[in-house]
Write a protein that binds this ligand. Structure first.
Ligand SMILES: [Zn+2]
Ligand SMILES: [Zn+2]
Length: 114
């Protein structure tokens, strides 16, 4: 019987496993990406992808990290992953939406209700 091994590409990393320097860089790059113009956004996201080692066009940190109702999850993940749940759309003049990682989106989703 064949054993199927699930080789997992790096689609998620835990924010807490980053060095404090990289956490600072991540926060700063996300802040800049949030307010970046159309030409600056993708280079910032590409830098974030390299920083986190996630091969993605867009990355996000699970909204459970800062949300008062969150579980404390600190996953950084590809926003294109199936199962990611949008919990808040971007506010005017900002690029980034709030998302839950697929695990949280499955376990305790809080999709936009308004
Ligand atoms: Zn999560
Ligand atoms: Zn969660």
């Amino acid at each position: 019987m064949a054993v199927i091994t699930h080789a997992r590409p790096s689609l998620e990393v835990d924010y807490r496993t980053l060095s404090t320097d990289d956490q600072d860089r991540f926060d700063q790059l996300m802040e800049r990406a949030d307010h970046a113009g159309p030409h600056d956004y993708q280079p910032l996201m590409d830098t974030l992808a390299v920083l986190t080692g996630i091969n993605a066009r867009d990355v996000a940190r699970c909204s459970c990290y800062t949300d008062a109702y969150g579980c404390g999850c600190a996953a950084i993940f590809d926003t294109a992953l199936p199962g990611a749940v949008v919990t808040a759309t971007n506010s005017p003049n900002c690029n980034l939406s709030q998302l839950q990682c697929p695990t949280c989106g499955h376990d305790h989703p809080r999709p936009i209700t308004d």
